[in-house]
Design a protein around this ligand. Structure first.
Ligand code: PEP
Ligand code: MN
Length: 336
């Protein structure tokens, strides 16, 4: 349930409502909104009777939230959430572009990638130091050495770092270096990891599982937000279908549907969604056209020699061309 307070109600009235929610064994959550105070209620297994709340001082309305996800739903908060990664805004109206290699491979590679994507206008640098690989014999990432190289790239370019946290054990170390923590597709329902990233303050990029329904993605986001971290960005990265012509099937439908169900920002990952370098720009443009708040794209200085995901990584030149198109596209969309 969402309890909407009168615009000029007293802090005591808000405190009394919160106390009543707690007395019922539920949890109150202050919901930021434009010019109004609202209090979300979680923890109830069945509908709460709104009448006692409506009789309280300062209460304007008590609305049932029908979706199973509560704090992340638009029913609870109708204004778009803007997630800040340092001074970079995700969800603020201008597409945010995160770019860089799939994995951090060497000092030369990550620095070359970082300088190249920065020169083309990317706002954040991606790069995996802990890689979740399908085969245990594939490159697993440089781990802490990779994190140190990312920090060096940040120092040289000023770009904030987005990197994956694979498990709860490595979270404290990864969070020390990262500006934004990526929870990968394979970990979307790793509930202990979701809880832990919800208990710390770094913003989280939550990728959709390859066979997860959008409702499940939103419930995973709810795990993080309900633990106290409201800074969650969702990412559509392609799902598994019967189609084998591309690595995954990028679910463009997810973008407008998620934007209507949640106030959280939504990014598109055309690299994993498509898996084929020459077709990545087309679906990247489609993501922006569908209303995504930005893109996360794999770019490698020498993709054919990449230790992971080379086939889908753009060259710096291809990325520069795509950035021009994205800028042009955003202008057209804004004008419309
Ligand atoms: C990645 O971003 O390199 C990655 C492993 O992505 P996903 O979790 O979407 O497969
Ligand atoms: Mn990858």
């Amino acid at each position: 349930m969402l309890i909407v307070m009168h615009p000029r109600c007293s802090p005591e009235a808000v405190a009394a409502v919160e106390a009543r929610i707690r007395s019922l064994g539920f949890t109150p959550h202050a919901i930021a909104g434009e010019g109004r105070t609202a209090i979300g209620v979680t923890g109830n297994q069945s509908a709460i009777d709104p009448l006692p709340f409506l009789a309280m001082n300062g209460v304007a309305d008590a609305v049932r939230v029908t979706q199973p996800f509560k704090l992340v739903s638009r029913e609870m908060k109708d204004t778009n959430t803007v997630v800040m990664v340092g001074d970079v805004a995700i969800g603020g109206g201008t597409p945010c572009i995160i770019a860089g290699p799939c994995s951090v491979e060497s000092r030369e590679q990550i620095l070359a990638a970082a300088h190249a994507v920065k020169a083309s206008g990317a706002q954040l640098l991606r790069g995996g130091a802990y890689k979740p690989r399908t085969s245990p014999y594939e490159f697993q990432g440089l781990r802490e050495d990779g994190l140190k190289l990312l920090a060096l790239a940040r120092e040289q370019t000023g770009l904030g770092i987005v990197t994956e946290v694979k498990d709860t054990e490595s979270l404290p170390l990864v969070a020390e270096y990262a500006d934004m923590l990526q929870v990968g597709a394979r970990n979307m329902q790793n509930f202990s990891l979701l809880e832990r990233v919800g208990e710390q303050r770094k913003p989280v990029l939550l990728k959709r599982g390859p066979s997860a329904m959008l409702r499940e993605l939103l419930m995973a986001a709810e795990y993080i937000v309900s633990r106290g971290n409201p800074n969650v960005v969702l990412c559509e990265r392609g799902i598994r279908t019967f189609e084998t012509a591309s690595r995954n099937t990028l679910d463009i439908n997810a973008v407008p549907i998620l934007k209507s169900l949640t106030h959280l920002p939504v990014l598109v990952d055309p690299s994993h969604g498509m898996g084929i370098r020459k077709h990545v720009p087309a679906v990247a443009r489609a993501g922006i056209a569908a209303g995504a708040d930005g893109l996360i794209i794999e770019v490698h200085p020498d993709p054919d020699r990449a230790l992971s995901d080379g086939a889908q990584s753009l060259t710096p030149e291809q990325f520069a061309a795509l950035m021009k198109q994205v800028r042009g596209l955003s202008e057209v969309l804004r004008a419309g």
